[in-house]
Design a protein around this ligand. Structure first.
Ligand SMILES: Nc1ncnc2c1ncn2[C@@H]1O[C@H](COP(=O)(O)OP(=O)(O)O)[C@@H](O)[C@H]1O
Ligand SMILES: [Mg+2]
Length: 393
């Protein structure tokens, strides 16, 4: 039936506007006005030399954190800020990568932003500082003698560099921002260094901003790195889209290419997605490809759920599930029926102590988090249902 319809389809798959996938910019970024306004306000005030608290946004996987972070980074670039975008990584190799790339990225950001601006004059000094700083960061370059500008202590050097760049930017009515995705995976030493630098910048009223996104445990991570991190950032939770924003996320991209939804078709997809952007993109993509007419009907929507769900079961969910060991999977299976760690342990006939390393490794892999003391939850929406489906066969 699906194949038959696809052959008769009038909808050109090449024009399909929907973009399911990690970090892909959506055709229409809806429902994030609060964060976009807050950042817009921060940018305007920075121009007038008022320094506001930077933003930290947390939420489940597939909820649209990366898309939002990239949108904010784009706004900063439009305002001619010096911007660096980076991402935390869990593996040891990833940790080294983040460090190694940071110096190079800061350098590139400085070059980009100094083009045709007054900052050119200060560039040589900053350039020297960045290369000295790269020595602190890069384990491979440590065989060279450190230049005098760098102490080799990560937190001191990050602070020196950041404040120097921020004060040059300030003279130019600009600002310096580091956008960090998957911030919960930034190694503790670098994370503390960023927090300390952010703290100093605020004390000195210098326009430096760490803008971060990450899993729901990110705020806790930040405050355990430095307790004052609680007051340093403006925190918000990125949740599923409300009904209106969900409808717009589906309908607006289609309309741009001359297609529409009947109200019940759009509502059916919105309902099935629970407002999760990843699911909306997947269902939108499916309905576009299988509909036989430019008006998408309820019947199309029902088929789209089947196709979209199969896509999710082949991509979004196994991307996490496949990274788990046997023991970790058993733990997650138990989690589908229990949210308290004590009852997970009871259902596996183990003590909580016996399970603590499995639980910790699931947290480190970003598969689960601790919503509150004594409880565990999946970082992936719909994971429990997926596990039921995957383990039913
Ligand atoms: N506000 C939004 N409106 C519509 N689609 C969105 C929105 N935010 C993200 N998306 C889409 O949802 C999917 C997941 O987004 P992503 O930013 O990767 O999520 P996260 O980083 O939270 O895991 C992508 O396909 C993206 O295009
Ligand atoms: Mg992401």
């Amino acid at each position: 039936m699906t194949l038959y319809k696809a052959i008769l389809s009038y909808m050109d798959p090449g024009l399909n506007p929907y973009r399911p996938g990690a970090g892909l910019q959506p055709p229409e970024l809806t429902g994030r006005d609060a964060q976009i306004k807050e950042f817009d306000f921060l940018v305007i005030r920075a121009k007038h030399r008022t320094v506001d608290r930077p933003m930290v946004m947390s939420g489940l996987r597939g909820v649209g954190k990366t898309a939002l972070l990239n949108k904010l980074a784009g706004m900063a670039e439009q305002a001619h800020w010096i911007t660096v975008v980076t991402e935390g990584q869990t593996t040891n190799q990833g940790v080294a990568n983040v460090r190694r790339r940071l110096g190079a990225e800061i350098n590139a950001a400085l070059l980009r932003s100094s083009m045709g601006s007054r900052m050119k004059a200060g560039m040589r000094k900053l350039g020297a500082l960045v290369s000295a700083f790269s020595l602190t960061l890069g384990p491979t370059e440590l065989s060279f003698a450190p230049k005098p500008a760098a102490t080799g202590l990560l937190d001191v050097d990050v602070e020196t560099l950041v404040l120097e760049i921020a004060s040059s930017a300030r003279e130019d009515e600009r600002a310096f921002a580091i956008f960090i995705d998957e911030m919960q995976d930034i190694e503790p030493e670098l994370l503390s260094a960023f927090i300390v630098a952010q703290h100093r910048a605020q004390q000195k009223e210098l326009p430096f901003y760490v803008i971060g996104t990450g899993l729901p445990n990110l705020p806790t991570k930040l405050s355990s790195a430095r307790s004052y991190a609680e007051r340093l950032f403006s925190y918000s939770v990125i949740g599923p889209l409300d009904r209106q924003a969900s409808l717009e996320a589906l309908v607006l991209p289609a309309e741009r290419f001359g297609a529409t939804y009947t109200l019940e078709a759009a509502e059916f997809l919105v309902e099935a997605s629970n407002g999760y952007p990843y699911f909306l993109q997947e269902y939108g993509k499916a309905i576009w490809d299988l509909a036989s007419d430019r008006t998408f009907t309820l019947a199309d929507a029902k088929n789209a759920i089947v196709v979209g769900q199969a896509q999710l079961d082949a991509g979004f969910f196994p991307a996490r599930w496949d990274r788990a060991s046997e023991k970790e999977r058993a733990y997650m299976v138990a989690m589908t029926k229990n949210k308290r760690t004590a009852s997970v342990a009871a259902s596996l006939a183990k003590t909580m102590a016996e399970l603590s390393s499995v639980r910790q490794s699931l947290i480190n892999k970003g598969l689960i988090y601790v919503p509150q003391r004594g409880e565990v939850a999946f970082t992936v929406p719909g994971m429990a249902d997926f596990i039921d489906r995957a383990t039913a066969q």
